[in-house]
Design a protein around this ligand. Sequence first.
Ligand code: WT7
Length: 707
Amino acid sequence: QHKCQRKRWFKRRLTFGRVRPLQLYSCTNLQETSQELQSGGDRSYPVPREYFDRVTNHHINNIEQYMLLYNHSILQPDEFWSDKAKQVLSWKQLWDDQICSFNFDVEKGPIFCEWFKGGKLNACYNCIDRHVEAGHGDQVAYYAEGNEESADIRGYTYRELLDYIERLASVLKARGVHKGDVVAIYMPNIPELVIAMLACARIGAIHSVVFGGFSAESLANRLLDAKSRVVITCDGYKRGEKIVPLKTVADAAAELARETLGYNLVEHKIIYQRLNSKEHTATMDGHVDEWWHEALSKAEKHCAIEWMDAEDPLFVLYTSGSTGRPKGIVHTTGGYLLYAALTHRYAFNYHPGDVYFCTADCGWITGHSYVVYGPLVNRATQVIFEGVPTYPSADRLWKISAKYKVKQLYTAPTLIRSLMRFGEKYVKNSQRDSLTLLATVGEPINPEAWKWFSREVGENLCPIVDTWWQTETGGHMILPPPVQGFYQKPGSASIPFFGIVPVVVNEKGEELFGECEGYLCIKKPWPGMFRTVLGDHSRMESTYFKPFRGYYMSGDGCRRDKDGYYWLTGRVDDVINVSGHRIGTAEVESALIAHGSVAEAAVVPAPHDIKGQGIYAYVTLREGEEPTEELRKALKHAVREHIGAICTPDVIHWAPALPKTRSGKIMRRILRKIAELGTNVTPNDLGDTSTLSDPQVVDMLVSLYGK
Ligand code: WT7
């Protein structure tokens, strides 16, 4: 009955019929504006002509062709996506009759979205096996650049990856991992992390990668939420000068999970040895722990592929929202894989043979889509980097780019800003002539950083591809295509990718047209979209589809200019974007409150030169507690222990009381303003405080600013 209901919805709604071809932007407007790169303002710059001299193979020839493809993708989505799916992926069996069925309207029934249902494929096969079968086994898939700088080049070929993946997959199977089980992966950014992900994909297990910077408690929460009985981790690793003892943290997490449940959840840990024993010795528990190298050397060399339905889950990845615990965002196999690959191919004009380098860690969605799945489907050769961009010195990225002759570099605005601070000399010291395309993700790139990146790093020769997307979207949604005739505007993510119908809506959920500002929503399904929140579908519906009926709500505000370009203006919910990482204020608040001395806490974003946004925490202490520097340190430490270092508050502002409405709601708007007092905000800018139950609280907080 369920299925039949879905089909009806499909018939009624998925004609995409009411979508008109978009006039994305008007070339005439743009060509009139000046193209001087050094000049400021909302100017537009054509994709540098030199880019087309230096790179001659293009997937898309010019903006006219881009527009044709775009319009095709939204007017005839079935045809467009079916062609692409056959062209980009290898299928064991093609899908049933329908490309996509969906419902985005909460009033009409459950929210769902399915692509290529009935189609059979395997992600690992598409990323690895088929390239080896086609004779590319000796091609390097990853150059592994470790934390320490070294002259040698360590490459992993597609054939080598396949060998490790098959062995690890056999080990997982032998330990009782079945299709649909969730395996947790807690590792540094090394090829073995990719191997672990693909070993899961090979046997139909769902991977849950937890960023290596998260605490034992965060890991434990994720293990519990997904009921992971197997954890793949490593003894420890070096990050800059520091040793991170991952296994110790994983042990503590397993213990926390055991305490919570009253029985042992984690039955197996597989530990990759990354440190030598002089640096760190992991204590191995013979019942649970086994070394990766020992297990693999004894393992079955071949492991059969589990053919999955296009709609079977591929992975879960946790991300923070405005309330409660992080949500387990679930992506499925067919649509996600296609979308990651297609965006990677077009956004970076990627061709096999190019060396591509994405600086993201596989612990985040950028790593999933643009270090693992997208590039591997496209048979890429990549650099995977374990370390930090400033170790041993601030020219590390440029040295890596020169060492491997990187063509496309994909990084984050926060990183660019932090390197800008060290000055041009670090950049100029290096040879960067292999670089042809530069790209960013994670937050809006401020025009100053955009220009620095373009001028100092790219020598004005490279397009800058500023990609807007989210964990939930699976792949790029809005970006400036690096094609002839396209005009880039620094700071604008620009125009939608194929198949994406962005809309700007007002408070009431009404679509706005032309130049406007409001909430960024997406109107039609796309293959890479997430399908649910693990174990809590209603949370998916209420977070993303209830706010504005009929639309996916991104959580971002945006402006659309007269040329149809989108300018992202930041989160509209209680999420802080710290260095491109999403941090829920509620999570930080509960970590603070968990400290015995805290009565109440409110966390807001504050502008930060490098991180984009910093974490600014107002803390009300319990009776009898003294606001000392020591306590400040202890509170920061508490957050670090509870969640992880990236969530450490930058500022703790002592608050004898918090500004509340008469109904007891904390007025965050005012707290945000006070946190901005260090910039050009003055106490006069705090806005209306008359609805507060005690307006004097505000003066008191202002007087305590910086104390
Ligand atoms: C949030 C998503 C997508 C991978 C990295 C972060 C912000 C991301 C941009 C951009 C402006 C951006 C948004 C978005 N964001 N890229 N190019 N311009 N804002 O993934 O952790 O899911 O965070 O990052 O606010 O909602 P995420």
